[in-house]
Design a binder for this molecule. Structure first.
Ligand SMILES: *Cc1c(COP(=O)(O)O)cnc(C)c1O
Length: 322
């Protein structure tokens, strides 16, 4: 048994998107509400962090250190987790230092995280430097890589897939936002292990297809090693669509905003401007083209969280303008 500390509120609900399905006239759409995982406004990182915090506590860690964008959901969930376990938290964030913190950043501050600002290009280097300083000053740091997408973190989505089976939910497709790759890797690994015949489609948020496929395949393999199975994955096993990258990470475009609005107005569900809005925009475009999903098929959309970013500029202002 690989140690895991239970934090998330599980199982998360599965709900039909009846009005949205009817409006789009395509396959039958369902949603897995991982925005409701519970810790500090939820999201997918909580499932991965259940495994990482178990390792951190076993090592006697006193400080969690991680990195991300200024509106990182992963950083917000890590900061909350640190507070819950009485640990210090240092976040290495790329972006401009905030004057008035909003969205996730407001929550990072509320949870008492220390923030170190850096440029995007220097983020990994600064992350290492901050770790070394913390180590040398006796703060017993535990490093959590981008998005908690380590082989151990991937197990969070192996478990999530099993949860679906326990909920007796059958789908032909799963659609998820995919960025640091851990979520998709976990789903694909357990899909293989269970012999499921459907498709796990990752809508890339910020990477060219080939790059993300390799990343996800590598993570799935290493997670499989942890489970003692050494399953092999190659790029062709990983379904990725990179047609929705737009102007890049965190830049909300019209299609992303439309998807957010459709989920809000047809279902009363809040997506986010960076990940789920883009993944939903991709899914909706593919439905409209009629090229991927067949009539009568069941498509499960993973709501991986991120809602707090809606309340931060520039996103909040972009909605205000429309
Ligand atoms: C991090 C994140 C993702 C991407 O998950 P990965 O495991 O990094 O691919 C998707 N949605 C939200 C809201 C996230 O915060």
């Amino acid at each position: 048994m690989i140690p895991r500390i239970r934090i998330a509120t599980l199982p998360t609900p599965i709900e039909p998107l009846s009005r949205l399905s009817a409006a789009l006239g395509g396959p039958s759409l369902w949603i897995k509400r991982d925005d409701l995982t519970g810790l500090a406004m939820g999201g997918n990182k909580v499932r991965k962090l259940e495994y990482l915090i178990a390792e951190a506590m076993a090592h006697g860690a006193q400080t969690l250190i991680t990195l991300g964008a200024a509106q990182s959901n992963h950083c917000r969930q890590t900061a909350a987790l640190a507070a819950r376990f009485g640990l210090d938290c240092i976040l290495v964030l790329s972006g401009e230092p905030d004057t008035v913190p909003e969205g996730n950043l407001l929550l990072d501050r509320l949870f008492g995280a220390e923030v170190v600002w850096t440029k995007r290009e220097a983020r990994e280097t600064v992350f290492q430097e901050v770790f070394e300083t913390a180590w040398q000053t006796g703060r017993r740091p535990y490093q959590i890589p981008l998005g908690a997408s380590t082989p151990l973190g991937v197990l969070g989505y192996v478990t999530a897939f099993r949860e679906l089976e326990q909920q007796a939910f059958e789908a032909d497709w799963m659609v998820t936002a995919s960025s640091s790759g851990g979520t998709q890797a976990g789903l694909i690994l357990e899909a293989r292990r269970s012999g499921w015949k459907g498709h796990v489609l990752g809508i890339s948020i910020d990477h060219p297809r080939r790059e993300l496929q390799e990343k996800v395949a590598g993570l799935a393999e290493k997670a499989s090693d942890l489970l003692g199975e050494q399953l092999l994955f190659s790029s062709v096993d990983i379904e990725v669509n990179d047609g929705y990258l737009g102007k890049g990470y965190g830049v909300m475009n019209d299609a992303d905003a439309e998807a957010i609005r459709l989920f809000a107005r047809y279902e009363g569900i809040l997506l986010d401007p960076v990940y789920t809005g883009r993944a939903a925009a991709g899914m909706i475009d593919l439905i409209r083209r009629g090229s991927v999903f067949k009539a009568g098929e069941k498509v499960l959309f993973w709501h991986t969280g991120g809602t707090p970013a809606l309340f931060a500029p520039p996103y909040s202002q972009q909605f205000n303008q429309r």
